[in-house]
Design a binder for this molecule. Structure first.
Ligand SMILES: Cc1ncc(COP(=O)(O)O)c(C=O)c1O
Length: 399
């Protein structure tokens, strides 16, 4: 499969906004996306403002600063600001949802085999505590249409299903799931949906109001390039009265404003909200680059990576080609067997060798008894990085 490398004009213009140690090829924005220097500076300035005069910051500035970023972020993700709260990351958002859904013995939570491991673990624990059941629906790849995905997932709903959890862009395979259609079908059966969306924000066009979900949780440190420790949870109006924070604090406005359902979530004890507030700068940076240009370039680079690595592995991708199936991240299966037995915990020996021998940061992931190599492409990546990865992977697989 040969395709031409994309034009790297956007990379030339933007990559200096990031700084990496010399010699490191970073291809794992999907797990831990570093933020541009401008965003890091904005975060530090907010922290310095807090340290300089904490009384002034907490009583007079903090809530306004959080509101300002919530407003801008809400517009960015296509939903009204009154339903969106700041959280540290998608994990915290999902924990809030898990605390807020009342589960009784015999109830079911429906998830899929594509859901993120920690999300499955959280819901397994919540179900165990309540005597409920976690149902994990198998969605086998390859599929030929996104309708097939929606049908399979919603096919797992029973009269006992309390909530459906679904990834917007799946973690291991990078597949874009048809969440709007899934919500439509689940709602027809009277089941609310929580979309787990940390990979979708910025990577693909996102309008939460059109998806029509009941909850949407995301981290901003991935494709949006917000600081580590920034994320959000959107809660539909029907659930705002029942959502419970994962940390109990004063539950009121520190600046003395009128009570609001968000009060439980803004003051989680004395802490630094700088990462979330600096998300505003991350949105400015991506808008300055141009969202369509960013998506076009990073998708083209991911597509190039997919073709180059298929040549190396000789194995077909699990999803069809096209921007409706994947965005800036691709994932390809590796040959079965081999080093799979040597895997210890989360560490894969091939991942370690790509780092130790070639200084390439890339995840080798394990899922459904198979191994996958996942390549993330952001503005600081270029075709040469992909070529270098293809060359080094070929060497390591030949050993
Ligand atoms: C689909 C999905 N959900 C949730 C998470 C958890 O994100 P975080 O660690 O930022 O909370 C991840 C992280 O990679 C993910 O890929």
């Amino acid at each position: 499969m040969t395709i031409a490398a994309p034009d790297s004009a956007l990379y030339e213009k933007w990559h200096r906004e990031w700084r990496f140690p010399d010699g490191v090829t970073y291809l794992n924005h999907g797990s831990f996306g570093p933020s541009p220097i401008r965003v890091q500076n904005a975060r530090q300035e907010w922290s310095a403002t807090l340290e300089r005069q904490p009384m002034d910051f907490y009583l007079r500035q903090m809530e306004l600063a959080i509101d300002g970023t919530v407003n801008k972020l809400s517009e960015f993700v296509g939903v009204k600001a009154d339903g969106l709260i700041a959280v540290d990351n998608a994990t915290v958002g999902m924990n809030i949802v898990a605390r807020s859904i009342e589960l009784n013995p015999g109830d079911e939570i429906l998830t899929t085999t594509h859901d993120y491991g920690a999300v499955l673990r959280l819901w397994r624990s919540a179900c165990r505590d309540a005597g409920a059941e976690l149902k994990v629906q198998h969605v086998d790849l390859p599929v030929s249409s996104s309708d097939e995905i929606a049908e399979t997932i919603v096919g797992g709903i029973t009269a006992r299903t309390k909530l459906l959890i679904v990834s917007h862009v799946t973690s291991v395979t990078g597949t874009i799931f048809p969440v709007q259609e899934i919500c439509r079908r689940a709602h027809e059966k009277g089941v609310p949906v929580c979309v787990d969306g940390p990979h979708a924000i910025a990577m693909i066009p996102l309008a939460i109001r059109d998806i029509g979900c009941d909850f949407y949780t995301a981290s901003c440190h991935k494709w949006l390039c917000g600081p580590f420790g920034s994320g959000f949870l959107y809660v539909d109006s029907r659930y705002r009265r029942q959502v419970k924070p994962s940390i109990i604090s004063w539950g009121g406005s520190v600046s003395g404003r009128q009570p609001h359902w968000k009060d439980e979530f803004n003051w989680l004890g004395t802490r630094d909200p700088a990462p979330f507030v600096a998300v505003s700068t991350a949105i400015d940076v991506l808008r300055e680059c141009g969202l369509e240009a960013f998506r076009g370039y990073t998708h083209a680079l991911a597509r190039y990576a997919r073709a180059r690595l298929v040549d190396v592995t000789g194995l077909e991708p699990l999803i069809p080609d096209g921007p409706e199936w994947y965005g800036s991240m691709i994932s390809l299966p590796l040959a079965e067997g081999g080093e799979m037995d040597q895997v210890q915990g989360y560490r894969d020996p091939l991942q370690d060798r790509l780092w130790e021998n070639h200084r390439i940061e890339i995840p080798i992931m394990h899922w459904q008894g198979r191994r996958f190599i996942r390549v993330s492409c952001h503005l600081y990546n270029c075709p040469q990085h992909v070529d270098y990865l293809a060359e080094c992977l070929a060497k390591e697989l030949a050993k």
